[in-house]
Design a protein around this ligand. Structure first.
Ligand SMILES: Nc1nc2c(c(=O)[nH]1)N[C@H]1C(S)=C(S)[C@@H](COP(=O)(O)O)O[C@H]1N2
Ligand SMILES: [Mo]
Length: 408
């Protein structure tokens, strides 16, 4: 008999809740949930135009991991709002399930001998990648949603490579365990197996109660974050949404603000009519335009949302401005072409963005001058900002100073 004071002894673990069926329920929920997280995560990465130029994404050596990248469509305009809303809301909702699953199998972490066979050794090694990968992905995701970019290097790089490591281990684990999980779910009679404590303590909660607790916690996560995908009173329900910062207030500019002009270091004087000129460069040369001159070009309207990688989004706002494809034509590009957008902003990750030809070509893609019937507010990008249907918010550059058309 091993010393029961050591976690390597089965007798050390006394919760009567643990058992194969208990674990299998959480496992199957995670199988579905994490697969959906992986797919929506890859979509988000594709939406970011990472392969367009080293502007949007500086991740080196994507190599074959970039195999699936494609031109992100501009239809339906709420596409990124949906995929990224699902990614972030689902990720937060799964946290209690993930923790419960890890808790349910923790005795195995300490089990001795470390490996009974080569196959068992390989399985345990894959668990390091699985558990480590899960903790890494959920932690970096939550940090990015809650407190902005606090990472050494880039969130995109870490979360991207982390996703591949985690998902590879996840696939191996699911392939090895799914048959057992299904069998354990079907089994109706009393449980047996290494997860069942040989000397269970008195229960303080029933199994049903424990499922209720975890499910309730998930529901609470969902109910306190899902509102970030909407405006108005619904957003108020998102008490776990960190984007309380600058309250958007009411009026035409009364929708979510990501970075304020003050935060981005925008000097109001640089945005005034005297100082500001949009510099448009293309095949036929350079054109400089004041805001007044831009307002004199054909203006078009489009109702489009802003959808941030952090998971929040606004409902449709009415934008008015000059079509990007008209600006391209001004400098000699009648055929669709890529564009590099640069902001007045001097520092920070989002001061430049690259957009694809299909995004420039869409008639709803604008250099917006007004929103909801009024000139843009300074915080929403006055004197001019980009708005492109279905693009992640991060590509909708504010306080635009320069547009450079041509192949990127
Ligand atoms: N110059 C500049 N443009 C920017 C940003 C920024 O920090 N600087 N943030 C981007 C991000 S991440 C988002 S989600 C949208 C938000 O636009 P909003 O603040 O008008 O809602 O602006 C984008 N444009
Ligand atoms: Mo964003």
């Amino acid at each position: 008999m091993r010393d029961q004071r050591l976690p390597s002894s089965p007798g050390f673990w006394r919760s009567p809740l643990r058992g194969p069926r208990f674990t299998a329920v959480f496992g199957v929920v995670l199988l579905v949930g994490i697969t959906l997280l992986f797919v929506t995560g890859l979509l988000s990465y594709a939406a970011y135009n990472p392969d367009l130029s080293p502007v949007n994404d500086q991740t080196p050596d994507k190599g074959i991991l970039g195999f699936y990248l494609f031109s992100w469509p501009t239809d339906p305009p709420w596409l990124y709002r949906l995929t990224q809303g699902v990614h972030v809301t689902l990720g937060l909702t799964l946290i209690p399930v993930l923790l419960a699953k890890l808790w349910s199998v923790v005795p195995r972490l300490f089990a001795l001998p470390p490996a009974r066979s080569v196959a068992h050794a390989l399985e345990r090694i894959s668990l390091i990648l699985l558990v480590g990968g899960a903790l890494f992905q959920f932690t970096t995701g939550v940090l990015n949603v809650q407190v902005d970019y606090v990472f050494p290097g880039s969130f995109y790089t870490l979360h991207f490579y982390g996703a591949w490591v985690f998902f590879a281990a996840f696939v191996v684990h699911a392939a090895l365990k799914l048959p057992t999980a299904v069998r354990n779910l079907r089994r109706l009679r009393a449980e047996e197996g290494d997860l069942v404590s040989p000397r269970p303590a008195e229960p303080t909660v029933t199994r049903r109660g424990a499922f209720g607790l975890v499910g309730g916690a998930s529901l609470l996560m969902f109910a306190t974050t899902a509102g970030r995908s909407f405006d108005g009173p619904l957003r108020e329900t998102a008490v776990l949404a960190p984007r309380g910062g600058p309250q958007p207030g009411s009026g035409p500019g009364g929708f979510q603000i990501n970075k304020t002009a003050a935060y981005a270091g925008i000097d109001r004087r640089e945005t005034g009519d005297e100082a500001w000129r949009l510099v448009v460069t293309g095949r036929s040369g350079v054109v400089r335009l004041s805001r007044g001159e831009l307002l004199g070009l054909p203006l078009h309207s489009a109702a489009l949302p802003i959808a941030c990688v952090e998971g929040w989004s606004t409902s449709d706002q009415w934008w008015r401005g000059v079509r990007l494809r008209d600006l391209a034509a001004l400098v000699g590009h009648d055929e669709p072409t890529d564009v590099l957008v640069e902001s007045l902003q001097r520092h920070g990750a989002f001061r430049r963005a690259a957009m694809r030809a299909n995004q420039v070509a869409d008639p709803r893609s604008l250099l917006a001058l007004d929103v909801n019937g009024e000139p843009l507010t300074l915080d929403h990008g006055y004197p001019a900002r980009i708005i492109v249907p279905a693009a992640p918010g991060v590509l909708n550059t504010k306080w635009v100073a320069r547009l450079t058309f041509g192949d990127l």
